[in-house]
Design a protein around this ligand. Structure first.
Ligand code: ZN
Length: 88
């Protein structure tokens, strides 16, 4: 989860022209997401969802072994999760 450096509100991941950005839901501050950062989200999510499988997950599915498809699926899941939290 990322927060706006200007106003500390939630940053929402979006995708434009195959590039990921985080956009502040409050002031629309927009930050380009690096590949490394996107992968960091993936790790956090996997560990969070199955803490007891932490080691197993890490060993079975190191990040570099993720296919582009798998990675995008996880990114989508992350986006969905944020949308559900977005209760305007
Ligand atoms: Zn902001």
């Amino acid at each position: 989860m990322e927060f706006c450096e200007k106003c500390s509100n939630l940053m929402k991941p979006i995708r434009e022209d195959n590039v990921s950005y985080l956009v502040c839901v409050n002031c629309e501050n927009k930050v380009k997401v690096s590949k490394n950062k996107t992968k960091a989200y993936t790790i956090t999510r996997e560990i969070k969802h199955s803490p007891k499988d932490k080691l197993e997950v890490t060993e079975k599915r190191p990040l570099k072994a993720l296919t582009d498809e798998e990675r995008e699926e996880l990114e989508d899941s992350y986006g969905d999760m944020l949308e559900q939290m977005d209760v305007d």
